[in-house]
Design a protein around this ligand. Structure first.
Ligand code: ADP
Length: 264
């Protein structure tokens, strides 16, 4: 049999493709192993605290103040566990294309106000100001709960990696007839160019001591893309970080007029 063409070249190319695929598999297995060990650690911390406090309370002999403190720690740590598990479940739903959105009309100014209210107390503890600069009447098509999750995550990161006494700015504007731009900007520790591409990857954390799963940005990015939008991150080490999200504009819902008289 005569084979036309230079098959040695093709075999060589095939071998290098297979080699590349094998390296990728090793790399992604390594990432998964790292993830499993870091997530196990994240889950164990609240569980240890819950277990410790519940045993302490079961052994009895504590005054009501101490009992209340123990109970409130158990409750707070359970919330943390629920949050972690929900994040893992969301991520796996997104990976398997099983995330369903419940699309409606979302008022951006209201959404950002809600985010600020949610994070106000946390920011205030470190004297970080949360500022809002949003044009009136910007509405986007989207799932209100999922968009809230995205901007809570981005703003929470902005607060977490900001210096005491600095500000975090949330802003929104119309780019054109079709697109809204929402920006979360901080002047915190920033991310080096070397790490910037990797943080958007799942699991990666610049400093694993910060807690968290390293899934937040990957989930946010995929949720924005599921909305047909885009999310970009710019950052400079020591200067701060800016995350820019573009989403489709839509018309506000028509106001429901209150009837003059209700007849039964
Ligand atoms: P996590 O839930 O662990 O914070 P994320 O995916 O939200 O995971 O973030 C991944 C990593 O990206 C963080 O651990 C941090 O190192 C870096 N990062 C994210 N946002 C910022 C920011 N605004 N400023 C500096 N670093 C950030």
């Amino acid at each position: 049999i005569r084979i036309k063409g230079d098959y040695r070249y093709e075999i060589g190319e095939l071998a290098s493709t297979l080699n590349y695929m094998a390296q990728e598999i090793v790399r992604s297995n390594q990432i998964k192993d790292d993830f499993i060990s870091s997530i196990s650690h994240e889950l164990r911390t609240p569980l240890t605290s819950i277990k410790g406090w519940s045993e302490t309370l079961i052994s009895g002999g504590y005054d009501p103040e101490e009992t209340k403190l123990g109970m409130s720690i158990i409750s707070k740590e359970s919330d943390r566990l629920i949050g972690l598990v929900e994040e893992i479940l969301d991520f796996s739903k997104l990976q398997q294309n099983e995330m369903k959105l419940s699309i409606g009309t979302v008022g951006v100014q209201e959404l950002l106000k809600e985010i600020i209210l949610n994070l106000w107390a946390k920011a205030e503890k470190r004297s970080i100001r949360l500022e809002l600069e949003a044009e009136d009447g910007i509405y986007v098509r989207g799932d209100a709960n999922r968009l809230k999750q995205v901007f809570l995550n981005l703003t929470d990161n902005a607060v977490k990696f900001s210096h005491e006494g600095s500000s975090v700015l949330l802003s929104a504007r119309r780019v054109n007839e079709e697109e809204a731009e929402i920006v979360v900007q901080d002047s915190g520790i920033g991310i080096s160019q070397e790490h910037l591409n990797r943080v958007k990857d799942r699991f990666f954390q610049v400093d694993s001591l910060n807690g968290g799963t390293g899934l937040g940005l990957a989930i946010s990015q995929q949720l924005v893309e599921l909305h047909g939008g885009t999310m970009e991150m710019d950052s400079e080490l020591g200067k701060g970080t800016r995350v820019t999200v573009h989403l489709q504009l839509t018309e506000p819902l028509p106001a429901v007029e209150a009837p003059d008289r209700v007849s039964l």
